[in-house]
Design a protein around this ligand. Structure first.
Ligand code: 13P
Ligand code: SF4
Length: 301
């Protein structure tokens, strides 16, 4: 029996669904029930009737699924699949920051631990960060965390002066700098540039970026574009689906070495093992989940 067949059978026996982030390797995306960005997968985790969710992504995503569906068993195939951005702030650091800005509203990117979400008023993803910050009354201070590039982008889009940014970044996206854009522009004259808001190039060269999009925003863009060539500034796993959806446009990575080692820890073998042995189960304290759920429900609604 092939590995794919084994996974399909185990999935049926366990009444499970596999959720895959857009950065997973192609063979996982092809086998998954749902593939998408953080917001889409959070919704799918909540809506699904399955008893078991295998989250092929990173830990904060699996935690989010567990918080939104506490009665389901949520499995992460490799417990070491973390996120440098989520590690950029702890709940203690956030409590300290809040104490320095009494009355401020805390908007946390979904790339955070469950404990940090529990200390937040709103969660957001790259697709709805601007909309969520716009909902905060104009005279109320905002603490935005943990990604400074996404925060700076939100600041520019909303024109808010009273938004404070936590100085955190994703070590994969931060390396895509303004000079990377200049070098690649010289090699690909005339190409469109689409960038994830976590990129280090969404700062002073923002006007040079044609579109700032979440990973699913990039997928939708790729489906409809008629451009000859598009440079894609995010983790290269996304190219699998993009190229499949639109074989006539040439999609080139802005940085071919933009690979998230945490995302790539998941393999088909580990997914098989996780379904077979029901490991590794995400467990969180009910108190933390109850508090984190409020901010996540606001994100989803
Ligand atoms: P998306 O929500 O756009 O999929 O981004 C998640 C992520 O981790 C990007 O590095
Ligand atoms: Fe975290 Fe960056 Fe990997 Fe996304 S690409 S999961 S933000 S380390």
């Amino acid at each position: 029996m092939s590995l794919e067949e084994e996974v399909r059978r185990l999935k049926e026996t366990r009444n499970a669904v596999i959720l895959s982030h857009n950065y997973q390797v192609g063979e996982i995306q092809d086998l998954a029930d749902f593939v998408g960005d953080s917001l889409y997968l959070s919704r799918k985790a909540k809506e699904s009737d399955a008893k078991v969710i295998v989250f092929s992504g990173v830990r904060f995503m699996a935690e989010t699924a567990k918080i939104l569906s506490p009665s389901k068993t949520v499995l992460l195939p490799d417990l070491e699949a973390g996120c440098s951005l989520a590690d950029a702030i702890t709940a203690d650091q956030l409590r300290q920051w809040k104490s320095e800005h009494p009355g401020a509203v805390v908007v946390s990117y979904v790339n955070t631990s469950a404990e940090v979400k529990a200390e937040s008023d709103y969660c957001c993803t790259s697709s709805n960060a601007v909309d969520i910050v716009k909902r905060v009354p104009a005279d109320t201070e905002v603490l935005f965390l943990p990604d400074m590039f996404l925060g700076d982008y939100v600041r520019k889009q909303t024109g808010r002066k009273n938004i404070h940014l936590w100085v955190g970044d994703c070590f994969v996206h931060t390396r895509m700098r303004p000079e990377t854009v200049r070098q690649q522009r010289a090699l690909h004259p005339g190409a469109e540039l689409i960038a994830h808001p976590e990129c280090g190039c969404t700062t002073e060269v923002l006007p040079e970026v044609d579109k700032v999009l979440s990973t699913d925003g990039m997928i939708r863009y790729a489906e409809q574009t008629r451009d000859k060539e598009v440079m894609v500034a995010t983790e290269i796993g996304i190219l699998h689906r993009i190229r499949h959806l639109n074989p006539t446009t040439s999609f080139v990575p802005l940085s071919p070495d933009a690979v998230c080692p945490f995302m790539k820890m998941n393999t088909l073998e580990k997914i098989r093992d996780s379904l077979r042995d029901m490991k590794f189960q995400i467990e969180l304290s009910p108190q933390v989940m109850d508090r984190a759920r409020r901010s996540l429900e606001r994100m989803i609604s």
